[in-house]
Design a protein around this ligand. Structure first.
Ligand code: FA5
Length: 351
């Protein structure tokens, strides 16, 4: 077709072909042909202003710009008409039933162990504990030796360990998946001076024969407070307040004596069993004891304080390691810890 030479002829040609565009794809083709930024016909026309004789440039440029504006407005108008027609077509042909209620989107939620972790962290944060983090892949020196568990100590048997194969070498340079969060007592004391009041949340790994209260991957919060005059009663008070926040006033709590090489004295704290309330000798969850242990703790061993360069005559401290899955079991009355990590949405979406 011959190229029109005046803007009027161009306008007429553009509007005729726009009127013939009946769907979105034809409109897109038209936009590219006429208004396309790199080689649209109007763009080319505007670029050619400089090739005109000087006395024609102003008039030609204005006319081209006017035409561009008109075509943009005509395109917007045509799009409204085409869209309205398309919507009417889809509605009448039944492809879209606008009267149907929308399909609800399933909302995700936090895993119950994450929810419990957050609630525990905020209970301790409200008591002035600061949150710090430590590595999950740990040196055996931090996991065992520096917390007074030497190579041949029977306490290492308590935590059958997942070792990193490639790093097995000299004794204190082996790496492992940390079996507890307690190495962070050392990591914190290495870089901070008293007064210290921190919690360290995180995952730990053990070679466990799993059962209703034992998983091979577990989540702990380590707590550590070191200052002048810190006593066992401060530890008990802190843990009572924590239990009150998480479980309310009604739940019963018990402290037992316990042994951990890095504290003296050592304790364990347990909560009354929600399944048998202490009456069932055959209870699979508490094994008939009536109590479910949630943490170990005690007064930081003076030898560790001295190793860290603290004067153990002046400073004392308490530490504890809390099992988050156990807290989650107890607060919702879940019978088996293994349910948390079976990726069963029907189970998980209840919390
Ligand atoms: C320890 O891990 C010590 N590091 C705790 C500690 C810290 C003592 C500071 C003194 C001072 P224990 O192995 O008992 O101790 O574990 C502590 C808590 O982690 C338990 O009370 C329990 O709540 C949880 N826990 C332990 N093993 C498992 C497991 N296999 N599955 C789920 N939770 C576990």
């Amino acid at each position: 077709m011959a190229q029109p030479t005046t803007t009027d002829a161009l306008r007429q040609q553009a509007l005729e072909s726009l009127a013939a565009a009946a769907d979105q794809s034809a409109l897109d083709t038209w936009r590219a042909e006429w208004l396309g930024r790199s080689d649209g016909r109007i763009t080319t026309m505007l670029r050619s202003v400089k090739d005109r004789p000087p006395e024609q440039r102003a008039e030609f440029g204005q006319a081209a710009n006017r035409l561009k504006g008109e075509l943009e407005a005509a395109l917007a108008e045509r799009e409204d008409v085409v869209n309205a027609r398309e919507f009417a077509r889809l509605s009448t042909e039944g492809a879209i039933d606008v009267t149907l209620p929308g399909r609800p989107q399933r909302r995700g939620r936090l895993h119950p162990v994450t929810q419990t972790m957050r609630d525990c962290v905020s209970a301790f944060a409200d008591m002035g504990f600061r949150v710090v983090e430590g590595p999950e892949v740990e040196w055996s020196r931090y996991n065992f030796d520096l917390v007074r568990i030497p190579e041949d100590h029977p306490a290492r048997d308590m935590w059958d360990t997942i070792w990193m194969e490639s790093s097995r070498g000299e004794d204190d340079r082996q790496m492992l998946l940390r079996t507890h969060t307690s190495p962070n007592q050392i990591r914190v004391m290495e870089r901070m001076q008293p007064p210290i009041r921190v919690i360290v949340p995180g995952k730990c790994y053990r070679q466990e024969a799993t059962d209703a209260t034992h998983e091979w991957m577990l989540t702990q919060i380590e707590g550590l407070a070191v200052d002048e005059g810190v006593r066992l009663s401060d530890l008990k008070g802190t843990l009572y307040e924590f239990a009150r926040c998480l479980f309310g006033e009604e739940r019963r709590i018990i402290f037992h004596h316990s042994y951990f090489p890095f504290v003296e004295p050592g304790i364990e704290m347990a909560i009354d069993c929600f399944i048998c309330r202490g009456s069932g000798a055959e209870c699979g969850t508490c094994h008939g004891t009536g109590w479910i242990e949630i943490l170990g703790g005690g007064m930081v061993h003076p030898e560790i304080l001295e190793n860290m360069g603290y004067d153990s005559e002046k400073y004392t401290g308490f530490a504890f390691g809390l099992g988050i899955e156990r807290v989650a079991l107890l607060r919702w009355g879940i019978e088996d810890i293994r349910r948390f990590y079976q990726n069963d949405l029907a189970f998980l979406s209840q919390f």
